[in-house]
Ligand binder design. Structure first.
Ligand code: ZN
Length: 229
């Protein structure tokens, strides 16, 4: 049975859709000369809005991350009602390697999932990303594993880095973990594996692009700039 788009969270406002479409097609979203438009962080905003996707000004970038965490959390919750968000691995520090925590994931071991969004259009990644697709995600994956894996393993648990680039490319190992998460939910929902994977990836992709559009629209409003619409 088809699930309504509203229930899957697959609804954009017309403005969000237009901005997302411009970005997808590579059409400039700014009508004003780029040199006259500065982000509140001081950086000149390029006509395609590439800077904005990774800029930390304001709260929307964090909300984009949190929304992806929510999609994953809601999926693991179907598999196990004891899953939690924002979990520490030990009481000795405040680090929270678990954006999402599953108490019984693979082979009965507890799992900590960390979600990261990397902007492959950021200046520091641009050269590498242009020649090696997925380079920004690979860098994010290595960083998170170095940061958290030993600590989580020492606690007898498993750490899974879930890294996606701002334009939607998941790091290969992250994608495999997402597929396992979707497959486990099938045991409860009774839907097909292919449909469960499709729904999870669709919700994640849609949420990412919706918040990319929100980030652009937010800067347009702050900078008092007209866009191409
Ligand atoms: Zn900025």
């Amino acid at each position: 049975m088809a699930i309504p788009n509203q229930k899957l969270g697959l609804v954009m406002s017309p403005q969000e859709f237009m901005v997302a479409l411009c970005m997808w097609l590579g059409i400039p979203v700014f009508a004003s000369p780029p040199s006259s438009v500065r982000c509140p962080c001081g950086t000149v905003i390029d006509p395609h809005g590439d800077h904005v996707l990774g800029c930390g000004h304001g709260s929307l970038r964090n909300k984009r991350h949190d929304t992806l965490c929510d999609v994953i959390f809601n999926t693991v919750l179907v598999d196990n009602r004891d899953c939690k968000k924002e979990q520490r691995c030990n009481s000795h520090n405040n680090a929270r390697p678990g954006d999402v925590f599953h108490p019984d994931f693979l082979q009965g071991r507890a799992a900590y999932f960390d979600v990261t969004v990397r902007n492959s259009l950021q200046a520091s990644y641009l050269l590498e990303s242009a020649t090696q697709p997925g380079a920004a995600a690979a860098g994010g994956d290595s960083e998170k594993i170095a940061q958290y894996e030993d600590e989580v393993n020492a606690a007898g648990c498993d750490f899974y880095s879930l890294v996606v680039e701002a334009l939607g490319v998941w790091f290969p190992s992250s994608l495999e973990i997402l597929k396992i998460i979707a497959r486990r939910a099938v045991l409860t929902t009774g839907t097909t594996v292919s449909r469960a994977i499709q729904h999870l990836l669709q919700q994640l992709s849609f949420s990412l692009w919706r918040y990319n559009a929100k980030l652009i629209l937010d800067r347009l409003a702050i900078c008092n700039v007209d866009n191409v619409m």
